[in-house]
Design a protein around this ligand. Sequence first.
Ligand code: NAD
Length: 291
Amino acid sequence: MILLDGKKTSNDIKDEIAVKVQELKAAGKKTPHLAAVIVGNNGASLTYVNAKVKACERVGFDSTLIKLPETITEEELLSKIEELNKSTEVDGFIVQLPLPAHIDEHKVTLAISPYKDVDGFHPENLGRMVLDLPTFLPATPYGIVQLLDRYDIETSGKNCVVIGRSHIVGSPMSILMSRNNKVGNCTVTLTHSRTKNLKDITKEADIIIVALGKAEFLTADMVKDGVVVVDVGITRVDDPSKKSGFRLLGDVKFDEVAPKCSHITPVPGGVGPMTIASLMMNTLQAIENRN
Ligand code: NAD
């Protein structure tokens, strides 16, 4: 069994980006600038956003963290987004999800300029992805594609099962795995909460991408020997033995599934760091597009 090490791979990608940033700076060009907007004080969201800002520092990007109160109105948030759309300083930005219930996430996603949408959630960018045109790929699926690519996982002609059909992970992932690309050319089955006999489907899979947000959902009896498993799930469970008071669990029962796998991602240290690396790649792409 080979561990798909997202931490190491994301560090390799960040090293490559850092070199490109140095080249831009040496040529007197603008330093890439990523802004992140966070609304409220959700602990997990704050952790993710801080990790993104830290990654910017690591690769030499400029970064701005915009913290807005939970009580901000939708109109105020939209006007902040308009400001970022128009900014000549900021090349790309993200609005960390989830947002408070009184704010319409779809409206927010639509308000972000597709040229600065480095999370790749705007319908225009998702549409370009479907058409295989240059775009910002959604950060998590893009990270998974990078990981499979850099570990030279053969995907062509394989049966790939995606569990979960969210707009940010499962659905785009299913499209990317079916495209005619080096990582792609799979026969994809997209499964979800209404899928019947899931185990019969996963047992036929050569590659399983699990993104449903239920800790340790995928068990050993659901997979065949030699499968490639990508675990997207992140669930915080209380753990008084940890300084933070919690630990992270994936959607895969790692200890029993891993021995059956040819390759598997750990949680943490798998897909999470790759998502951040993709965001850095998209931001670099944003400034290259502008230049
Ligand atoms: P979501 O919560 O929006 O959607 C969950 C999906 O799972 C739904 O499409 C639902 O139909 C499906 N589902 C629920 N129960 C099911 C069942 N019994 N069988 C099959 N499908 C079922 O999901 P999301 O936003 O994609 O997040 C999924 C998980 O991935 C969460 O734990 C989230 O924290 C994590 N996540 C991690 C990263 C990362 O960078 N590692 C990024 C995004 C999300």
